[in-house]
Ligand binder design. Structure first.
Ligand SMILES: O=C(O)C(=O)C[C@]1(C(=O)O)C=C[C@@H](O)C=C1
Length: 274
């Protein structure tokens, strides 16, 4: 199996992709420099892409959710990875700090102590590489697991705002006619989009009441602007259960009478059996 993920090597995405790959019979990794590019790699350059979808502190990774709205892919697995960062520098007085755009928000206490510009990067490995190439006094927020391969005179360990920092990743593929086999012993989650084509008062509350009425437990709900008009949103939701469960089927049939529903997939919950 060819797995696409965010590179260069050294990202948390690589750790998640390897964990997913180990669950398959055989895999090769392919790195791409930005999340949008990783997702574009399916189906021609890769069979599956492993991308971050939510950080425990920073919330949803918007570029990934927005791609699902434009191009619904099938989510086949989720994985959670502990995320720890260090700040490394080539000088005691860095004049800029390289930080990946999601990592920056996870290390805000530490970064707030430095009165220097933050240079956003597409990946944590890119932040590390830019520091290694820099001839000026600079620092970078880098994954703790990258420290073993490099020496820095100035290191501040474990700079994440919360000790229990974690990021959830999903493995996605081109939607297939045959969904992955369902294992009755496994606790599933289902991801879906409700596409707001017909806005009206109470739209969201109606949908939430349908889920509540069928006792479907939602575990995520985010709205993303459609980009067409202020006040128009799509909704990305996750719920406990499999799309073939009678309660979820019934809830989605009702919601689909008013808005477009796109099921992105049902997959084993990384939280384990409930
Ligand atoms: O740059 C990386 O190391 C990544 O794998 C990306 C990513 C993300 O975008 O969420 C993954 C985990 C952390 O939350 C920070 C960065």
């Amino acid at each position: 199996m060819r797995i696409a993920t965010l590179g260069p090597a050294g990202t948390f995405s690589e750790l998640a992709a390897c964990e997913y790959g180990r669950q398959q019979t055989d895999y090769t990794l392919q790195f791409f420099p930005a999340l949008g590019r990783v997702l574009k790699a399916i189906p021609n350059e890769a069979d599956v892409a492993v991308v971050p979808i939510e950080n425990i502190v920073e919330g949803m990774v918007s570029p990934v959710i927005d791609t699902f709205v434009k191009r619904p892919l099938e989510i086949v697995a989720e994985l959670s990875i502990p995320v720890r960062f260090s700040l490394v520098a080539n000088s005691p007085k860095p004049e800029k700090i390289y930080a990946q755009f999601v990592a920056q928000g996870q290390c805000s206490d530490c970064l707030g102590r430095y009165d220097v510009p933050i240079m956003n990067t597409a990946s944590n490995s890119e932040a590390l590489q830019l520091l290694l190439q820099s001839r000026e006094p600079a620092a970078a927020v880098v994954p703790e697991h990258c420290l073993a391969q490099h020496h820095f005179d100035h290191v501040e360990h474990d700079i994440t705002d919360y000790a229990h920092n974690e990021t959830r990743f999903v493995a996605v593929r081109e939607p297939q006619q045959q969904p992955p086999e369902r294992d009755p012993a496994v606790a599933y989650k289902t991801s879906l989009l409700i596409v707001d084509d017909t806005d009206h008062p109470g739209l969201l509350v109606e949908h939430l009441q349908v889920f509540a009425g069928y006792r479907v437990n939602l575990t995520s709900l985010v709205s993303r602007p459609t980009g067409q008009k202020f006040g128009h949103y799509h909704f990305y939701l996750e719920c406990e259960g499999h799309q073939d469960d009678s309660a979820i089927r019934a809830a989605l049939t009702l919601i689909a009478l008013r808005n477009r529903v796109v099921v992105l997939g049902s997959y084993p919950s990384s939280a384990g059996a409930t």
